[in-house]
Design a protein around this ligand. Structure first.
Ligand code: SF4
Length: 266
């Protein structure tokens, strides 16, 4: 349920918290890295076990169990974040809000409040569910961050990549809810599918959706554009190709008119 991983997103050691022990998600993204992904809802987890496992991993990290090399010297890797992500959509978990509370409490108990962020990576589809919004407010109250997916500029583009045609008004409303509850980064996957790169119009659709959410009161922390870095574990894997660095950067440039911080992971 709790595992350490070197993460490019975190820029170092991330402690992952997996609430989806049966690989359950309500989406089926073509690029998903989860092996054995199933459509469904996770069962309840043992919260005491979660607390115990997280306590152990944080203690082991503090004792230098995982190391990195810097300036030719090998030393203990500092924890960059505690990330509620794992093998499926975490906000489907019936105890998502309780899990956030446990992660926030242990982060403080281990003296990581100033150095390790608390992060949740979500597809953003369930912010309108009161229990999920409450969990995200708890995350925001603990100074955490939410990473919210936006993989297409219109329902058809999102259906192609996420296998769910989320309506624009639902995505906008959920982004407004997310950004008002917690520091929220919009994360945009950009890839080639069946030899077709995202068109400028499709990308502009994403930019306009964020603009409309901002006009409705959202203030996202920024936008992350990221490419296909690790192989998909889904049947569509053979249809996907990463974009070139210059194309990813040209896509990122289309978001500049939002005047929000932009990050690109090639
Ligand atoms: S939302 Fe996340 S876990 Fe679900 S299918 Fe997409 S990438 Fe996989």
């Amino acid at each position: 349920m709790v595992y350490p991983v070197m993460s490019r997103r975190a820029g170092g050691l991330s402690v992952g918290v997996n609430l989806n022990l049966g690989q359950e998600c309500n989406w089926a993204c073509a690029y998903c890295e989860v092996e054995g992904l199933v459509r469904g809802t996770p069962s309840a987890i043992d919260l005491q076990q979660l607390e115990r496992e997280l306590d152990e991993v944080l203690s082991e990290a503090a004792s230098g169990r995982w190391t990195v090399e810097a300036d030719g010297e090998r030393g203990g890797a500092a924890i960059k974040d505690i990330s509620i992500a794992g093998d499926g959509e975490p906000t489907l978990a019936p105890q998502f809000a309780e899990a956030v509370e446990i992660c926030a409490r242990l982060r403080e108990r281990h003296g990581l409040g100033d150095s390790a962020k608390l992060v949740t990576i979500t597809n953003g589809s369930r912010l309108h569910v009161p229990a999920v919004e409450a969990g995200v407010r708890g995350l925001g109250g603990a100074g955490g961050e939410l990473w919210f997916k936006l993989d297409g500029g219109d329902p058809a583009a999102r259906e192609r990549v996420n296998a769910v045609a989320s309506p624009d008004n639902r995505v906008e409303a959920n982004l407004v809810l997310a950004a008002s509850a917690c520091t929220t980064w919009v994360q945009c996957m950009a890839l080639s599918m069946d030899g077709e790169e995202p068109s400028d119009d499709e990308i502009d659709g994403r930019v306009e959706l964020i603009e409309r959410a901002c006009a409705a009161g959202a203030r996202p922390a920024g936008v992350v554009i990221y490419g296909l870095a690790r192989p998909s574990q889904q049947p569509q894997a053979h249809r996907l190709e990463p974009l070139s660095g210059p194309r990813l950067r040209s896509i990122a440039a289309r978001f500049e008119r939002l005047h929000l911080p932009l990050r690109v992971f090639e």
